[in-house]
Write a protein that binds this ligand. Structure first.
Ligand code: HEM
Length: 411
């Protein structure tokens, strides 16, 4: 099998290398990926010397890592594949995603106070209204760019609504998030660096917090600012950083699931018509979209001591990178793993991770995917991809930048 460079974001820009992952699962489930030189634009965030990492491709090994924070830390080196500068790491450790117990447990408990079932259920109604509005705007046109006009709109509007940001600010949030997540892609990394985007988003969060402290409302920002665990509240720095994490974690990922789902349905017209004829299949179809697309490509851990995984010795401080698209096609767990089957059951995929860091927004993301496809397949049942699909150059998120679609226009 020809080696594929899993460090190189261009690898994933072409496509997820499923054949290579199959080979790795069968032959080298814990595989050494050597380092590669960095592009210059990201030097203010990254160390100039990057280290190689262990690439983990099997479902069971990824579950083992995700459950064992004592041996595989999210905090030591953050969850990003690249080696960041010490300053940047110190800052990013304010994100719960880059923390281990007990710090993580405490912060997650506090944040959970905002992510109650009630808040998410209330969002369901908004998601319905927002989805209908998005489809209204394109329905008479007969064609559109699915990513710009549909997939990226909904998650942004939902997070803006959830946090209580004015809706007109969503373009700002969209651009900042693109700059930060797309730093490896020339389309996004030129105009403004990821570091600048981070600074501006941070300031924005501070301003929003100030507004809500003076005048609390019925939004997550107000709930979070008022929540307490063991007599402690979120300080300003932690709130601002959490705001950024939500915008980044909840926006790009859900967008990718929706556009990847559209592409999968378009490439499998039999599945699309089965779903359009029976919308009660939507919850299962949503899980299958998440499994098949795997919107997050990888998350990293760092070994806290010398460990052994699947017979491979890993030294303390070495990087261990989990590849979710590979786990989600592991034949040990899934029958016919490369088939897109919207009736698949059971479907215990790892698209949202596993264990203590399991995605906080999973239910919200599921609702968005389910509702937007319900709206699309009811009103534009013959919607299909009709032109070139441009993918993002990223080794972290499985993202589509643009994808033309056509459909019979609503009269
Ligand atoms: C389809 C959409 C989504 C996917 C595929 C996804 C995927 C993931 C994954 C894989 C993790 C685990 C990271 C790890 O173990 O290191 C995670 C964590 C997280 N996600 Fe999501 N996510 C999605 C949507 C969202 C949404 C909508 C939100 C918020 C509104 C969100 C907020 C978070 C947060 C805060 C964490 C960190 C949790 C912790 O560290 O305890 N995500 N997500």
């Amino acid at each position: 099998m020809q080696t594929v460079d899993l460090y190189d974001a261009s690898t994933f820009e072409r496509a997820i290398p499923h054949d290579y992952f199959r080979w790795l699962r069968e032959n080298e489930p814990v595989h050494w990926q050597p380092p590669r030189p960095l592009s210059t634009q990201v030097a203010d965030l990254m160390q100039t010397e990057q280290r190689g990492f262990w690439a983990v491709s099997r479902y069971r090994d990824i579950v083992e890592i995700s459950l064992d924070q004592e041996r595989f830390s999210s905090e030591r080196g953050t969850v990003l594949n690249n080696d960041l500068t010490e300053d940047r790491m110190a800052q990013l450790r304010l994100w719960m995603i880059n923390q281990d117990a007990p710090r993580h447990t405490k912060l997650r408990k506090l944040i959970n106070k905002g992510f109650t079932k009630r808040i998410v259920q209330q969002m369901d109604r908004h998601v319905r209204e927002l989805s209908a509005g998005i489809v209204d705007r394109v329905a008479r046109r007969g064609e559109c760019d699915f990513v710009a006009d549909v997939a990226s709109e909904l998650p942004l509007l939902v997070i803006a609504e959830l946090m209580g940001c004015p809706v007109e600010d969503r373009t700002k949030l969209f651009n900042w998030s693109n700059q930060m997540i797309g730093f490896e892609d020339p389309d996004f990394s030129n105009e403004m660096g990821a570091a600048d985007a981070m600074g501006e988003m941070f300031e924005y969060a501070g301003h929003l917090a100030q507004l809500r402290r003076n005048d609390p409302r019925e939004d997550l920002t107000s709930v979070l600012l008022g929540a307490e665990v063991d007599g402690e509240r979120l300080d300003e720095l932690t709130f601002n950083m959490f705001f950024m994490l939500l915008i980044l974690a909840g926006n790009e990922t859900t967008r990718n699931a929706i556009s990847g789902g559209m592409l999968a349905l378009s490439e499998h017209p039999d599945q699309r018509s089965k779903l359009a004829q029976d919308l009660s299949l939507l919850p299962r179809a949503t899980e299958e979209i998440l499994r098949y697309v795997s919107p997050v490509i990888s998350m990293r851990r760092t070994a806290t001591r010398d460990v052994e995984l699947a017979g491979q010795k890993i030294a303390e401080n070495e990087k261990v990178v989990m590849f979710y698209p590979s786990a989600n096609r592991d034949p040990e767990i899934f029958d016919r793993p490369d088939e897109f089957d919207i009736t698949r059951d059971p479907n215990v995929h790892l698209a949202f991770g596993w264990g203590p860091h399991f995605c906080l927004g999973a239910n919200l993301a599921r609702a968005e995917i389910r509702i937007v496809f319900s709206e699309l397949l009811t009103r534009l049942p013959d919607i299909e991809v009709c032109g070139p699909v441009r993918r993002l150059r990223s080794s972290t998120v499985n993202s589509i930048k643009s994808m033309p679609v056509r459909f019979t226009p609503e009269s």
